[in-house]
Design a protein around this ligand. Structure first.
Ligand SMILES: NC(=O)c1ccc[n+]([C@@H]2O[C@H](COP(=O)([O-])OP(=O)(O)OC[C@H]3O[C@@H](n4cnc5c(N)ncnc54)[C@H](O)[C@@H]3O)[C@@H](O)[C@H]2O)c1
Ligand SMILES: [Zn+2]
Length: 395
């Protein structure tokens, strides 16, 4: 299969545009030649099998680099400044210079953390992202946002700290997905659906239909169509980033980069909660949602809110719910706290501006907009769309 390539044009730092390579057996050939410097710090998600990075390590060795491999156990709980400090210590131990290279192989948690460490190490060193989940390929590793969670008064603030630090390359090697649990793979489809819902404003009005078709067919790891789907999502994200790299232009038609937060005001309020229950299409699961699962539910809330506000019709909101379900993602969840607590959690989200939570809304013609004038009663109505029937009675 030929390698696909998408260019991400960035302007904040001169000459900082970069390529996203998408294909198979890329790790050994796409990353190696990049490092100008002598040293490489490879930070690898512990759940990525050692055999998957063999070719990459071989390429670094053949290039004569001095290198170290740092395995990192990732989770939203471990997405902390403490983990960033471990990466920084490993970089300092290796005497990694600004021309040297960090390489991150992992999911969105790892690429966010290593991106942040790379932004901080000697005020910024080069980083290559090799995303190993679908979600990190289509979204997390592209666009230069980095993050760690912080805790304030016992409450976890998702992505509460971070810097913008663009990678010098992103390598999406489909072979890395072979070891991914199906649940984690499906979680990535939520960000694909999100991109589809934004397509009309960012030059890809057919992405929504294409994505719904793909989830209907049930895209599987190794399928011939998957690299093209990833490339289309990366192109959409690159188009948004090129317009509004630092998310300062929510006045632009479509809401600029803020549009990529579609569903996320809701998702961030529920994704760190424990003791939830939901049906995954086969059985009832209990525990904490994955980021992508929370995003799927957030998309249903956002579409319901959009219908309440008259931005789209109810039928469209129903179709969003159907698509999330077709992707094998939960469409409702039990054990959510009362609306008042969820509203308070939304109030401490980083998307708050001037004391008001901001919501991205969708329209039937796939042109999002940012709204900060949303009445709490409408947010409650949106939350009711993802509560199980018992939960609706209790709220
Ligand atoms: N920076 C951005 O623009 C951006 C965009 C979207 C999401 N994100 C962030 O991404 C994170 C979610 O990313 P995610 O869904 O990739 O979750 P994740 O990084 O937690 O990975 C999910 C699970 O899969 C495991 N895993 C990763 N690759 C594997 C592989 N190849 N084989 C087996 N197991 C593997 C991980 O260890 C983890 O247990 C969130 O924290 C979110 O905030 C960031
Ligand atoms: Zn997301």
């Amino acid at each position: 299969m030929a390698k696909l390539s998408v260019k991400v044009v960035t302007r904040a730092v001169a000459g900082a545009s970069y390529e996203v390579h998408i294909g198979r057996r890329l790790l050994g050939r796409s990353v190696g030649p990049l490092a100008k410097g002598r040293r490489v710090l490879l930070v690898v998600d512990s759940n990525v099998p050692a055999t998957s990075i063999g070719e990459l390590v071989g390429a670094v060795e053949r290039a004569g680099k001095q290198y170290a491999v740092l395995p990192v156990l990732t989770s939203e709980k471990a997405k902390t400044l403490g983990t960033v400090a471990k990466v920084l210590e490993a970089a300092a131990t290796l005497s990694l210079g600004r021309d040297d290279l960090m390489i991150a192989v992992g999911g969105g948690v790892l690429t966010d953390l290593v991106g942040l460490a790379a932004g901080l190490h000697r005020r910024g060193c080069q980083v290559v992202h090799c995303p190993s989940t679908l979600l990190a390929m289509v979204d997390g590793s592209v666009g230069g946002k980095t993050a760690a969670n912080i805790e304030v008064d016992g409450r976890l603030i998702k992505n509460g700290v971070g810097v913008f630090h663009q990678p010098v390359r992103v390598v999406c090697d489909m072979d890395l997905l072979a070891s991914l649990p199906e649940r984690t793979f499906r979680a990535g489809l939520a960000e694909c659906l999100k991109h589809g819902l934004l397509g009309g404003a960012f030059a890809d009005a057919t992405l929504w239909d294409e994505t719904v078709l793909a989830v209907e067919r049930g895209p599987v790891v190794g399928s011939a169509g998957l690299p093209a789907l990833v490339a289309r999502n990366v192109r959409l994200k690159a188009a948004v980033v090129a317009l509004d790299e630092r998310e300062t232009r929510d006045d632009l038609p479509g809401g600029g980069r803020m549009a990529l937060n579609l569903g996320h005001t809701f998702a961030h309020a529920i994704e760190t909660l424990h003791g939830l229950s939901w049906f995954d299409g086969r059985r009832v699961r209990r525990g904490t949602l994955l980021h992508g699962e929370a995003v799927g539910l957030g998309l249903i809330c956002a579409a319901t809110l959009s219908a309440e506000l008259g931005c789209c019709d109810r039928g469209f909101a129903d179709r969003v719910r159907l698509a999330v379900g077709l992707a094998g993602l939960p469409v409702e969840v039990g054990g959510l706290p009362p609306d008042s607590e969820l509203l308070a959690r939304m109030g401490s989200d980083k998307k708050v501006k001037g004391g008001r939570a901001r919501f991205v809304v969708v329209s039937d013609d796939l042109r999002p907009a940012v709204r900060s004038d949303v009445a709490p009663s409408l947010v409650r109505a949106a939350l009711a769309a993802i509560r199980t029937s018992q939960g609706r009675k209790r709220r």
